[in-house]
Design a protein. Structure first.
Length: 363
């Protein structure tokens, strides 16, 4: 498929699967993903903003606001509990990471205590304002913004699940970058809290630079020095480190050396989820980095490879051309069915990379 049709299809796919509530379903055809995540949804909304679909993005941020307000008392109780010395509590204490399309918590364990989504939605809201000029939305959502900031300020150092819903007993640099990005994004919108938020953001940045590196590169989590492709987020889009920062450069070199197969990027070397395939959204992220570091030809090649992976139902979450753990694939299929397709986040990151390559204007 050529670029323009897949751009148009991706926009239609996302709009088609945005609920009346404003939530984006992660994957309509894969049972475990028939919910909405703040993290996945924010990057989908960001793609919609890049494609000029500002009303769609606005509706998503209003959904985020509804979630935060619905569980405002829970957030306040969590803040009070942590301030009193409590550091664990899982689903019952902390805000969840996934919700129904109507904004309700989902029963059961799913790595629910994650913080990346709460930083990400603040970053995305600021991007929505920048790209659409919708400054009134910040005023409209101010109570939820302030509560989210208080929640992040209180909880940012706590061990919590990473972006893959794993390792809930560790601290993760990519998660901290998302928190940093959200806090920094709000500085311009809350001038009365500029000093406080700037100081908090710098504290998080210094913590990551001091504790979240080994051998000159960023690490998957404190206590695990391997590389994870989500570490790209530290630079893009959250800006904790610049793309040309030597630590970031060395991290990307490790991703290329250990996690890149052709144009497909794996999550991390020990991944066994559906055999540890190549994730399209991570390939798009690497392409995004390439654009920002003047490697546009390689970015175009990645974009074309992503398009070549399209299935009749859309872009999948991952492909199985090169599995890190082939023996792990059949048990996952038996347990949950075929891998997720379509995945809205894959379509979203395809749009983001296309936008970075100035192809949206040409579609």
């Amino acid at each position: 498929m050529t670029t323009a049709p897949l751009i148009e299809e991706s926009i239609r796919m996302i709009l088609q699967h945005q609920a009346e509530s404003g939530a984006y379903i992660a994957s309509p055809a894969f049972r475990p993903y028939q919910y909405a995540w703040l993290r996945d949804g924010t990057f989908t909304a960001y793609a919609m903003n890049r494609a000029g679909q500002h009303d769609s993005a606005r509706r998503f941020y209003q959904w985020c606001d509804g979630v935060v307000q619905r569980y405002a008392d829970k957030a306040r109780n969590a803040i009070a509990a942590v301030q009193a010395g409590k550091r664990s509590g899982g689903n019952e204490l902390f805000l969840h990471t996934r919700y129904t399309l109507d904004g309700a918590e989902v029963a059961g364990e799913w790595g629910s205590f994650q913080l990346d989504g709460y930083g990400t939605w603040l970053w995305g809201l600021s991007e929505h304002v920048r790209l659409s000029g919708d400054e009134g939305l910040v005023r409209e959502l101010r109570p939820s913004i302030l509560l989210t900031l208080d929640y992040l300020r209180t909880c940012w150092q706590l061990p919590n699940f990473d972006c893959w819903e794993e390792w809930g007993d560790r601290q993760h640099p990519a998660t901290m970058a998302a928190i940093y990005g959200g806090i920094q994004a709000m500085v311009e919108h809350l001038p009365e809290r500029e000093e406080e938020l700037t100081h908090l953001g710098e504290s998080i940045r210094q913590f990551v630079l001091t504790n979240g590196t080994a051998d000159g590169k960023f690490i998957k989590s404190l206590g695990d020095s391997v590389v994870d492709a989500s570490l790209l987020w530290i630079s893009l889009p959250f800006g904790l480190a610049k793309v040309e920062d030597p630590v970031m450069v060395k991290t990307v070199e490790a991703i290329e050396r250990e996690l890149l197969s052709g144009q497909g990027v794996h999550r991390y070397a020990a991944d066994t989820y559906y055999g540890g395939g190549q994730w399209l959204l991570l390939s798009a992220w690497l392409g995004w980095y390439y654009v920002q570091t003047e490697r546009r030809t390689e970015a175009h090649t990645i974009l074309e490879w992503i398009a070549s992976q399209r299935r009749p139902a859309g872009l999948p979450e991952q492909v199985q051309a090169h599995l890190l753990s082939p023996a792990s694939y059949p048990p996952w299929v038996e347990r949950e069915g075929q891998p997720a397709v379509p995945l809205l986040w894959s379509h979203a990151m395809y749009l983001v990379l296309a936008a970075e390559l100035h192809l949206l204007e040409e579609s």
